[in-house]
Write a protein that binds this ligand. Structure first.
Ligand code: PXL
Length: 273
């Protein structure tokens, strides 16, 4: 089983590849990587970070992979550094996804109702196009509103409307981080046939990389043949546990989630569920 993760490498501040690699590998499957950019830290709350865009390297990497004849059972894309990278991911999916393979897009673009630094309206439009090619999309509330062209935020009351709009873009949207009273929920639908959710107690404070922990665990479950609804449940349980642990252990939330010590429990639930 081969999973390809397309994401940036933020050297400090656990997110993207530094989260996906350990979690997906721990699930017992090959995790190949395509780094989209190298940053000294992620962009969420750090000042003066470096950013090396790797767009120009990608065509050469793909050319080499073509000579190897490799195919991926899962392709999971996250933070893409430029509009050109979105186009390259689309080509990559067409050429390298195995016949029965699945394409998972985390449309990383923003949080808290705002686009991340460096992202534009044109980028949102292009990302909507990539989501149309995906089997699953995993937007947070901000990204769901941007994709569905719906006013921020997603709530318990309007979740059905937003999810149905998203289902017109991709058959299986999974929206994370919806605040429901004192809880936080993940809502999903398959082709708009019913709206389902899992809820956890909300922990104060925003952790960069929480979406990456969720998405990586979800992909790790799918790669183990776990049914999608169960995969969402296990990934949200795992993410909630890492958030609760981090609230106790991590002083500066920019440095990311303390997910490492929760991996064993997650694997236990994955293997013996
Ligand atoms: O986890 C989302 C993310 C990924 N990659 C980079 C980021 C962020 C969020 O800020 O800055 C570089």
């Amino acid at each position: 089983m081969r999973v390809l993760v397309i994401n940036d490498l933020s050297c400090v501040g656990k997110c993207s590849l530094s989260v996906a690699l350990p979690i997906i590998s721990a699930c017992g499957v090959t995790c190949d990587v395509l780094p989209t950019a190298i940053l000294s830290t992620h962009t969420g709350g750090f000042e003066g970070y470096t950013f090396r865009d790797l767009t120009d390297d990608l065509p050469e990497i793909l050319k080499h992979w073509k000579t190897l004849g490799i195919k991926f059972d899962f392709i999971y894309s996250g933070y893409l550094g430029s509009i050109r990278q979105i186009e390259l991911v689309s080509i990559l999916k067409q050429e390298f996804l195995a016949e029965d393979g699945k394409f998972i897009v985390d449309p990383v673009m923003g949080d808290d109702g705002k686009l991340y630094q460096g992202f534009t309206e044109g980028y949102v439009e292009k990302m909507r196009g990539l989501c149309k090619e995906a089997d699953y999309i995993l937007p947070n509330v901000t990204e769901a509103c941007l994709l569905a062209e719906h006013p921020y935020p997603v709530t318990k009351e309007n979740a059905r409307e937003v999810l149905n709009k998203l289902a017109e873009i991709c058959p299986f949207p999974i929206v994370t981080g919806i605040t429901v009273e004192n809880d936080v929920a993940v809502y999903y639908t398959k082709r708009g046939r019913g709206i389902f959710s899992f809820t956890h107690e909300n922990v104060q404070g925003f952790f960069c990389g929480a979406g990456d922990v969720f998405a990586s665990a979800f992909v790790g479950c799918l790669a183990n043949g776990i049914h999608e609804a169960k995969a969402i449940y296990l990934a949200s349980e795992f993410t909630a546990k890492t958030i609760r642990r981090s609230a106790r252990e991590v002083d500066d939330k920019r440095y990311g989630l303390s997910f490492e010590k929760e991996i064993l429990g997650f694997l236990d639930s994955l293997l013996f569920s």
